[in-house]
Design a protein around this ligand. Structure first.
Ligand code: ZN
Length: 207
């Protein structure tokens, strides 16, 4: 996606609609600084306001993402290109999240183990209050870490059923309750109903 081209296009459409940056910003309930950043190609409008923006500018979402008016003939091609690019972006983000999770495990787990060891060492050597505090503290630190990790496991990518090949997003509850080995989770496939270890994959479709 060409942010600079999209920015110029937003600017053109805004002027055609007879709006100043400030007027457009006010309609969208955002700052005119945000509008200026789009038009300079420094950022893209959030997905959450894209529809509203397109309505005001009287253009389609595909036109916005392409940065030009689209005729009926090339509409389908452009739409497919944009969809593909959006899904590539999501795939990249998911990969980043899953990498981040590995880093978290590599750094946080040894740190928490260290706290527990230090805590039990202190307990054995008479400093029971401080030792207990360290061990309890370790548990308290563990909670947001586990929560964040589970969120990533749920949000990023899909799980694949080894029996029928179905790729799907399970519910948060299924992710939390399922026994797991590494990143594979034992869950019931929503397609064929078989219980098996489903592995994590990044894309919805096999490529
Ligand atoms: Zn299946």
């Amino acid at each position: 996606m060409d942010q600079v081209k999209i920015g110029k296009f937003i600017s053109e459409c805004r002027k055609e609609a007879g709006l100043t940056q400030a007027a457009l910003a006010e309609k969208l309930n955002i700052t005119d600084r945000a509008v200026s950043k789009w038009e300079n190609g420094k950022s893209l409008p959030d997905a959450s306001i894209m529809l509203e923006l397109c309505k005001i500018l009287n253009i389609g979402v595909n036109e916005l993402l392409t940065g030009e008016h689209i005729t009926m003939e090339n509409y389908k091609d452009k739409a497919e290109e944009n969809l593909l690019e959006m899904s590539n972006r999501i795939e990249k983000r998911d990969k980043l999240l899953l990498d981040l999770e590995i880093w978290m495990i590599a750094i946080v787990i040894p740190f928490l183990c260290g706290l527990t060891l230090a805590g039990s060492y202190l307990c054995e050597n008479g400093q029971v209050a401080l030792g207990t505090a360290l061990i309890i503290g370790q548990f308290i630190l563990l909670i947001p870490f586990v929560y964040f990790g589970l969120r990533i496991e749920h949000d990023a990518g899909y799980y694949e059923c080894p029996n029928c090949g179905e790729r799907y997003v399970p519910t948060m509850k299924e992710v939390v309750m399922a026994p797991h080995m590494g990143r594979s989770r034992k869950m019931k496939c929503p397609h064929c109903g078989q219980k098996a270890y489903h592995k994590k994959v990044l894309t919805k479709n096999k490529s």
